[in-house]
Design a protein around this ligand. Structure first.
Ligand code: ATP
Ligand code: MG
Length: 362
């Protein structure tokens, strides 16, 4: 990949509005690629609930292999009411990708977009710019599908390993360093845990502190998860990078999304040592699917995260420039009055894509 000035992106649009926001995003990426002289070769792959209903496979092995071989994976959303695996659980190939590709770092930025209403009246809420880092392969999800259930009891396992905690912590400190350089202020990494009650979290803290010692330029802190839920409502503008356990991250990232306009504005990335999946934090939204009103912003911002990650992996400066321009174009479009249905406006999926595309190269 390095220096070739072309990357291969596996695209899994999935179901419902996943396919709609993906289509809108690919059109914008095409314009970005032309403008920055970068190659983005996309390959669209079948997967998801409807594919499962037709074929009995939610993530065909051929799709998995092609996604694994690509430089990056862009995913819409998957799942549908009434379509379930034979054991009754929701169709969720995204989870399989996380576990099979070792995508331990769930990156969930929470950032106020100019012009988009925030949930808090305090004017400082406009400065919200934090990243929740959800560990995505262990924690309380470790025994997913393998917990013990008897007549009288159900039991799941919470697992925290040194190896994954070290990786997640290093990821957090490196991210804080890059953000500090961009924002011109010292980075702060706050581990969110429950070390006062669970030995597993005291262990996690110990490993985190060891890694922190290697990053003297970044401030390291700890916060209990219950206090964090409160402080994300009271003073979210004070936080920077928040690594945390899988289940805590799952919950706090929805809270974070609610602060800055909702799921339609919340991008995410699941990153491992070799592979990464970029997808909006929202699901397939069956209630609005097929109407052309889904907000593609979360998907557009996820695509910007993908370009930034590809640049950091050596794809070339053009990808980093394209990421910055895409983020800037989204901000500019909303600052200029773009309003999607989820925030009470009338602009549909195609209108957002067009407004953003118009600001690329402008
Ligand atoms: P999942 O189980 O995949 O997390 P979910 O049941 O939590 O899905 P979502 O599909 O994420 O639900 O969204 C919940 C609701 O929020 C949707 O039904 C829809 O009304 C709204 N919503 C989500 N994403 C968007 C979007 N991009 N644009 C507009 N509205 C959205
Ligand atoms: Mg959800």
């Amino acid at each position: 990949m390095a220096g070739s000035n072309s990357v291969r992106v596996a695209v899994l649009p999935g179901d419902g509005i996943g396919t709609e926001v993906t289509q809108a995003t690919l059109a914008v990426l095409e314009k970005l690629a032309k403008r920055h002289g970068i190659g983005i070769a996309t390959e669209t792959l079948p997967a998801g609930a409807f594919h499962y209903r037709e074929t009995g496979e939610a993530l065909p092995e051929s799709s998995f292999a092609a996604a694994k071989a690509a430089d990056a994976i862009l995913l819409g959303a998957m799942g549908w009411p009434g379509i379930r695996y034979s054991d009754g659980t929701e169709i969720g190939p995204q989870l399989d990708l996380r576990f099979r590709l070792g995508l331990y770092a769930g990156v969930r930025p929470v950032k106020a977009i100019p012009g988009v209403p925030v949930a808090l009246a305090d004017p400082r809420a406009r400065d919200i710019d934090l990243v929740i880092l959800r560990e995505s392969t262990e924690g309380l999800f470790f025994s997913r599908g393998r917990g013990t259930v008897t007549e009288d009891m159900a039991e799941e396992t919470l697992r925290i390993t040194r190896q994954v905690t070290e990786k997640l912590s290093r990821f957090a400190f490196r991210l804080a360093e890059r953000r500090a350089a961009r924002r011109g202020r010292r980075g702060v990494v706050t581990l969110v845990d429950k070390a006062n009650v669970f030995r597993a979290f005291a262990f996690m803290r110990g490993v985190f502190d060891e890694v922190a010692a290697g990053f003297p330029g970044v401030e390291a802190r700890h916060h209990y998860v219950d206090a964090m839920a409160l402080d994300l409502l009271r003073r979210p503008w004070e936080f920077d990078v928040l690594p945390t356990e899988n289940m805590f991250g799952d919950i706090l990232s929805d809270l974070g999304a609610g602060l800055v306009g909702g799921m339609g504005f919340s991008p995410s990335a699941d990153i491992g040592d070799e592979h990464a999946v970029f997808q909006p934090a929202h699901g397939t939204a069956p209630d609005i699917a097929g109407q052309g009103i889904a907000n593609p912003t979360a998907m557009l911002l996820s695509a910007a995260m993908m370009l930034d990650w590809l640049a950091a992996r050596g794809a070339g400066q053009g990808y980093g420039d394209a990421a910055l321009e895409l983020e800037g174009a989204v901000d500019a479009a909303f600052a200029a009055g773009l309003r999607t249905a989820d925030i009470g406006g009338r602009d549909g999926t195609a209108a957002v894509a067009q407004a953003v595309a118009e600001r690329i190269g402008a």
